[in-house]
Design a protein around this ligand. Structure first.
Ligand SMILES: Cc1cc2nc3c(=O)[nH]c(=O)nc-3n(C[C@H](O)[C@H](O)[C@H](O)COP(=O)(O)OP(=O)(O)OC[C@H]3O[C@@H](n4cnc5c(N)ncnc54)[C@H](O)[C@@H]3O)c2cc1C
Length: 326
């Protein structure tokens, strides 16, 4: 911790995370007069969309919008209505303190004491960690078929992975690519039989087993090919690929919670059916840190709205909003 002097700060509501879910929650809570503080993260404020180029499927932008520009607009809109945005990482929480408040401590040494918390810390796609992956990210390398499949219409695509999400991505992309090649490091899939069967019976999908991608190559137009190694024979080869979809899983950003909220077996925060309430009253969660199915900016924003409304309802039920804001 880069702590110089410990500070405390009292709030009605603290939002952790500054992706579409966090900024949308902030907008709603700010307009409702709760003066939320958004702990936006020190290194990646704006969340995952800051790392992409064109976003074509966020409603309201018929000509598309660059990911960083979209997140700047969300930031400005939340701030305009009174949200305070702090570029700080949350390092620990205490959601069950004796004083009845929730305590959220940041890397810079501030502890926020608050009646309600909205957790929107997202998830990180697992990376291959091979040469070219970072260089061609957003220019061929993608982690989201729904987001980027459209850009590879009529072009050769590879998908890497062997679980359900890889099957889903391959099946979806088969409707776009001139060909789809699914590359899996083992000789059988982890995916459910029904998902695997769907892929195996699709004429536009070819499967390469026992193989890993060792590099992505390209030029100024983007990714063009991948290098493969067969892990059994050691044989190497190259495969044409304009789209390289990495579908090897994702990790929700929940380490700072240190087990204080219930999660599922993959670490995603569990919420009550049909709402954003977590296992602790007054703590709400939204976006990719909860949702491993839809994982879209608009669905995260929608859930951020629901979390804000759930938090408002909670705050008014506990105190009719007798403000503790400093
Ligand atoms: C390359 C790429 C391209 C994409 N393209 C599209 C697209 O075209 N269309 C689309 O709909 N979706 C797209 N997505 C998916 C979309 O970005 C996500 O679904 C969406 O951003 C999820 O929003 P979120 O608010 O839940 O979390 P995130 O956007 O992941 O934001 C999480 C936030 O939490 C913060 N955070 C994490 N830990 C802490 C901590 N300890 N303390 C404080 N803050 C913390 C981070 O800094 C970040 O601000 C893309 C994703 C990627 C990676």
């Amino acid at each position: 911790m880069t702590q110089e002097a410990e500070k405390t700060d009292q709030r009605d509501v603290v939002i952790i995370g500054s992706g579409p879910a966090g900024y949308t929650a902030a907008l709603y809570l700010a307009r409702a007069g709760y003066q939320p503080v958004v702990l936006a993260g020190a290194l990646t404020p704006g969340g995952q969309l800051v790392n992409t180029t064109e976003v074509e499927n966020y409603p309201g932008f018929p000509d598309g919008i660059l990911g960083p520009d979209l997140m700047d607009k969300m930031h400005d809109q939340a701030e305009k209505f009174g949200a305070q945005i702090e570029y700080d990482d949350v390092v620990s929480v205490d959601f069950q303190a004796d004083d009845g408040l929730k305590h959220v401590t940041t890397d810079s040494g501030t502890t926020y004491s608050t009646r309600a918390v909205v957790v929107t810390t997202g998830a990180q796609y697992k990376k291959l960690g091979v040469p070219g992956e970072v260089e061609y990210s957003g220019r061929g390398v993608s982690y989201c078929a729904t987001c980027d499949g459209f850009f590879f219409k009529g072009k050769p695509i590879v998908v890497i992975g062997g679980g359900d999400s890889a099957m889903e991505e391959a099946d979806f992309l088969a409707g776009y690519g001139s060909s789809v090649t699914l590359i899996h490091r083992r000789n059988e899939f982890r995916a459910s039989t029904i998902m695997a069967d769907r892929v195996l019976s699709n004429d536009n999908i070819n499967v390469i087993y026992d193989s890993i991608v060792t590099a992505v190559h390209g030029d100024d137009k983007g990714a063009q090919s991948v290098d493969l190694t067969n892990v059994v024979s050691g044989e190497t080869s190259s495969l044409q690929a304009s789209g390289v979809f990495v579908a090897i899983g994702s990790t929700p950003e929940t380490a700072f919670l240190n087990g204080s909220l219930e999660t599922d077996e993959d670490g995603y925060i569990t919420v009550e059916h049909d709402c954003t309430r977590t296992s602790i009253p007054g703590v709400f969660a939204a976006g990719d840190v909860v949702d491993k199915v839809y994982r879209q900016a608009v669905s995260a924003a929608g859930m951020g709205c629901r979390a804000a409304l759930d938090a408002q309802s909670y705050l008014s039920s506990i105190s009719q909003h007798d403000s503790v804001t400093v």
